[in-house]
Design a protein around this ligand. Structure first.
Ligand code: 16G
Ligand code: MG
Length: 548
């Protein structure tokens, strides 16, 4: 039997209460067990030091097991400034493998007394991966939240418990850390580190930009960018400086105020309103919006009537899908190359219809959360995946790239460069923005022409706090409830009453103890009424318990 490794757990990191790095004792306020959800662990920052310590350790174990670089990203994305969170990035730049999510949940929920035993059990189960194996390293990054520094120290303490190398990369966007980890493990992909990220994206952008026509009638390089007062502001400025002169004229907004406060992709998508700080932006001008860690992108423009026209993740997906589909057709690669567009239940019904009817692409619907979309997309030679909320990218196989390399046509060149530009590792607001801008330039389209691809079906979302979200179980595509079955009957009846164009579903959130209601209908008034009716019905089930 493998030797047991002695574990010394610093007393400051406990389940019942912990002392932070300032030696203040903090009781753990969360009554429920912690769980590694779709976005890792997310809590009020005060709750997180002991979690970071344990996750730092788990990341080092993952690094030792794989002999590779593993990422630890400290962010709570679009949540308020006082929250924070952590997720682990696997060697291919992907989200943590599912069985390791279970280990993470177990380790974090172990009491102080149980923790050393849990660690030993895990080490034994994994055949005691060697200490300090070549290549194994934990690379940590954080967004601009004030708590990030303290939490990095906690991650370092956990990661170095068994002498694993730990590197603090400081302030980075979430996709930048994914890129850094990927390149550390795949040196041939591109230039390393944060500087390498800028070089790779700026050079690739220039390659395509140089080939596109400069005599444009409808596209203009002027763009207003809402940075959500987050990390995207400083990083996009760095990238912009490296772009060819005149390629983009970005007016940066919301760079240094309170993170995500009345701005950012989440608020614009959900409220359908322009972010704060955009009062003086003229109507019809193109505006783009990042979220707090710059892995989500949506666009909008202000209309004469004071409303905004939102171009969300679905519109971005369809713009990119159109570009890819047309290029693949012109190269005669439609049969040879498997191609798909992956969406979730939140994709607007009219985007799905446009994909099928206008572009001839059968959409694939998977559960919410980037990892589900990414895993599905990876099954194809080339796939575009986007959530309506703005997370998404294009993935492609080595074979796809080889097929393109066989041709020296302009179309093959454009697809090759576009594929390298978009961050195939993970959805990336900065890379997606560059891709969208080049595609608009290619078509010489104004933002209005892009918006006119299809009109969004009116829709409404409502959230309902429940006792136990695990009591709500859906089918795989999340469009129907399996449990409570009687609630699904009510939903079906309500949808039927609102006519042919109506659609609605209820699903438990993967990030909060709530369920979400989504409704679409022929008019906004109908969508609002349908959502309200289903919300009322759902409310009657809010005390359901998954055990009963
Ligand atoms: C997380 C997911 C996002 C998903 C959202 C859904 C990642 C990186 N993020 O933010 O993809 O749309 O959760 O939240 O996977 P919900 O389950 O609360 O609706
Ligand atoms: Mg985010």
């Amino acid at each position: 039997m493998a030797d047991l490794i002695p574990v010394v757990v610093p007393p400051q990191f406990t389940r019942e209460g912990n002392t932070n790095h300032l030696h203040e004792h903090k009781p753990i306020l969360v009554g429920r067990p912690y769980s590694y959800g779709t976005a890792g662990f997310r809590e009020h920052a005060d709750q997180l030091p002991f979690i970071l310590y344990r996750i730092g350790y788990l990341a080092s174990l993952r690094a030792r097991t794989t002999g590779k670089a593993i990422g630890v990203m400290i962010t709570a994305s679009h949540n308020p400034e006082q929250d924070n969170g952590v997720k682990i990035i696997d060697p291919d730049g992907e989200m943590l493998a599912e069985e390791w999510e279970t280990y993470a949940t177990e380790l974090v929920n172990a009491s102080d007394e149980e923790f050393p035993t849990a660690v030993r059990a895990l080490e034994t189960q994994l055949n005691d991966p060697p200490l300090g194996s070549t290549g194994s390293i934990v690379v940590c990054g954080r967004d601009t939240r004030a708590s990030g520094q303290l939490l990095t120290q906690a991650a370092r303490a956990g990661a170095t418990l068994f002498r694993t190398q730990f590197e603090d990369r400081g302030l980075v966007t979430t996709p930048q850390l994914h890129y850094i980890v990927y390149v550390l493990n795949h040196a041939s992909f591109g230039p390393a580190g944060e500087e390498g990220y800028y070089r790779h994206h700026a050079l690739t952008f220039k390659e395509l930009f140089d080939k596109l026509s400069k005599s444009l009638t409808n596209y203009t390089p002027k763009l207003h960018l809402d940075c959500a007062n987050g990390i995207g502001a400083q990083k996009m400025r760095k990238l912009e400086r490296k772009l060819p002169n005149g390629a983009l004229n970005i007016h940066f907004r919301n760079e240094t105020g309170v993170l995500n406060h009345e701005c950012g992709a989440d608020i614009v998508k959900i409220s359908h309103k322009a972010p704060a700080g955009f009062e003086d932006v003229p109507v019809n001008e193109r505006c783009a919006v990042f979220d707090g860690d710059a892995d989500r992108l949506v666009y909008f423009y202000k209309k004469e009537d004071g409303q905004i026209e939102l171009l969300d993740g679905d519109k971005i997906a369809l713009l990119i899908a159109k570009f890819y589909k047309e290029h693949l057709s012109s190269l005669g690669l439609e049969d040879e190359c498997t191609f798909a567009c992956v969406q979730t239940a939140y994709a607007n019904g009219n985007s799905t219809r446009y994909l099928e009817e206008e572009l001839g692409i059968t959409p694939i619907c998977v559960p919410t959360g980037v990892k589900h979309l990414h895993h599905e997309a990876a099954k194809y030679d080339c796939a575009i995946y986007f959530e309506a909320n703005g997370h998404g990218t294009v993935t492609y196989s080595d074979r796809f790239y080889e097929l393109l390399e066989r041709s020296d046509s302009e179309a093959a060149f454009r697809l090759r460069v576009m594929s390298r530009l978009i961050n195939k590792i993970v959805g990336d607001a900065m890379a997606d923005l560059l891709a969208v801008e080049l595609i608009l330039r290619h078509y010489d389209w104004s933002v209005q022409e892009w918006a006119a691809m299809y009109e969004d079906a009116p829709n409404k979302q409502i959230k309902i706090t429940v006792f136990d979200r695990a009591a709500f179980i859906t089918t795989k595509d999340e469009q129907k409830l399996i449990q409570p079955g009687s609630l699904q009957v009510l939903i079906d009846e309500a949808v039927k009453r609102r006519g042919e164009k109506a659609r609605a579903f209820v699903r438990p959130s993967g990030t909060e103890n709530i369920v979400r209601v989504y409704a679409e209908a022929a008019s906004q008034a109908d969508a609002d009424l349908l959502a309200a009716e289903i919300a009322r019905a759902t409310d009657d089930y809010k005390d359901c318990d998954s055990d009963s």
